[in-house]
Design a protein around this ligand. Structure first.
Ligand SMILES: [Zn+2]
Length: 355
C-alpha cells in the first residue's frame, strides 16, 4: 500500500513504501508501479515533481529528497555541532584553559582559541606546556590555577582603570580648550595654565602629580580640540536648520588689525514646535573691497554651506553701514532684488540696531 505524499511531512513514509514496493515487484512491472506512485503525489510534492522525469524510481527519490531533506539535515547538523562547542569545566584542571568572552583562554600564556573543541585545547597544552606542568598534580595544580586566575583578574583591573584615566584626561583637555575659547584667550595660554596647575598639584597633592602631568595640554592640542568643538557646533547647527520654519539674520562687518574685513553672521530661527535657536552661524574673512555685492556673495556662500533657504528669511539686522543698508547697491538692496527675481514673498523688515 503506497501512502499519499504532500511534502516534507509525509515524504519519508512515501519513500519507505516505494522502496519496499520497488524491491517487491518484477522488473517488467516497474513502469506500471511508477505510474501508480505518481498518482499519489499532491500539493508541494506534486509541485516539485512537475515537468521532471518521473519514470524511474531512483530519479524520483532524488528529486523528493532534494526538495524536502536539506532543511532537516542542516538544522540537525547545527545542533550536533553546537553540542560539541561547549566549554567543559574539567579543561581548566586538565589543560589550564578557561572560558573568557566566548573564547578559550590559556591561563599559562594568555593565548586564545576561538573554536571550542577539546582537540584544540589538548593540542595547545601538549605542544606548549605539557612538559613543564605535567608533574604538577593534586593540590599543587589547584594552587597554580588559583594563582593564574588572580593574576589575570588583577591585570584586567589595571587595564580598566588605565582606560577610565585616559578618558578623563582627554575630557579634561576638551573642557580647558572650551574655557579658553569662551574667554577669548589665545591658545598659547594653555601651556601657562598647565604650569600653574602642576605647581598647585605639587603643593596640594604631590602623589597625583603624574596623573595631572599626563593630561595633554599643549598649544597644538588646544588648537585641535577647539577646531573639533567648532566643527561639532557647526554640524549640530546644520542638523537643526532643515527643521526651521523661518529665520532671521544679523550681520556685522568690522576690520581686524591685519586690515581684513571680518563678516559675522548670526542666525535666529524657530521651528514648528516653537523652539528658538540663536547661533553664530558663520564668519567670513573678506579680502579687498567690501561692497554690498562682496558681502552678498559671501552670505550666499554661507547660506549654501549651511543649507539655509532664502525663501525662509524673514528679517535682516545690519550694522547700519552704507554697504549694508543701501537700497540699490547695498547688501540689503541686493538681497531684495534676488528675492524679487525668485518671486519669493518679501516681508523682510530691515533694522540697523547693531552698532
Ligand atoms: Zn598556553
Amino acid at each position: 500500500m503506497i501512502p499519499t505524499c504532500t511534502g516534507e511531512r509525509d515524504v519519508y513514509q512515501f519513500i519507505k513504501a516505494c522502496d519496499l514496493a520497488c524491491s517487491a515487484v518484477e522488473k517488467d512491472d516497474l513502469p506500471i508501479l511508477m505510474k501508480f506512485d505518481n498518482t499519489k503525489l499532491f500539493d508541494q510534492a506534486l509541485n516539485v515533481c512537475l515537468y521532471r522525469d518521473m519514470s524511474d524510481w531512483e530519479g524520483m527519490k532524488l528529486i523528493l529528497l532534494d526538495a524536502f531533506e536539506p532543511q532537516r539535515l542542516t538544522s540537525s547538523l547545527q545542533i550536533a555541532l553546537n553540542s560539541h562547542c561547549i566549554f567543559k569545566e574539567d579543561w581548566t584542571e586538565l589543560f589550564f584553559f578557561i572560558e573568557h568572552g566566548g573564547k578559550l583562554l590559556c591561563l599559562i600564556c594568555n593565548k586564545t582559541i576561538t573554536v571550542m573543541k577539546e582537540y584544540n585545547v589538548r593540542r595547545h597544552y601538549d605542544n606548549e606546556h605539557k612538559a613543564k606542568f605535567e608533574n604538577l598534580t593534586g593540590e599543587l595544580r589547584q594552587n597554580k590555577i588559583k594563582h593564574f586566575l588572580t593574576s589575570l583578574s588583577s591585570q584586567q583591573n589595571i587595564f580598566k582603570s588605565q582606560n577610565t584615566r585616559n578618558e578623563a584626561s582627554v575630557r579634561a583637555s576638551y573642557v580647558v580648550a572650551e574655557m579658553l575659547a569662551k574667554n577669548n584667550r589665545p591658545f598659547t595660554d594653555i601651556e601657562f595654565f598647565k604650569k600653574c596647575m602642576l605647581a598647585v598639584t605639587n603643593e596640594v597633592c604631590p602623589e597625583k602629580i603624574k596623573l595631572f602631568g599626563e593630561i595633554s595640554l599643549s598649544t597644538r592640542t588646544c588648537v585641535r580640540r577647539t577646531e573639533e568643538l567648532g566643527n561639532n557646533l557647526f554640524s549640530q547647527l546644520k542638523d537643526i536648520i532643515p527643521s526651521l520654519d523661518c529665520f532671521s539674520i544679523a550681520i556685522d562687518e568690522s576690520t581686524d588689525i591685519s586690515d581684513t574685513a571680518q563678516l559675522l553672521i548670526f542666525i535666529r530661527g524657530i521651528d514648528k514646535e516653537f523652539n528658538i535657536y540663536e547661533e553664530l552661524a558663520d564668519m567670513c574673512s573678506i579680502k579687498g573691497t567690501t561692497t554690498g555685492e562682496d558681502i552678498f556673495k559671501n552670505i550666499e556662500n554661507s547660506f549654501e554651506k549651511l543649507g539655509l533657504l532664502l525663501k525662509k528669511l524673514i528679517s535682516i539686522t545690519t550694522d547700519g553701514g552704507k554697504n549694508m543698508s543701501g537700497i540699490h547697491k547695498g547688501f540689503v538692496g541686493r538681497i531684495k532684488t534676488k528675492m524679487i527675481d525668485n518671486k519669493f514673498e518679501i516681508y523682510v523688515p530691515i533694522s540697523d540696531v547693531l552698532k
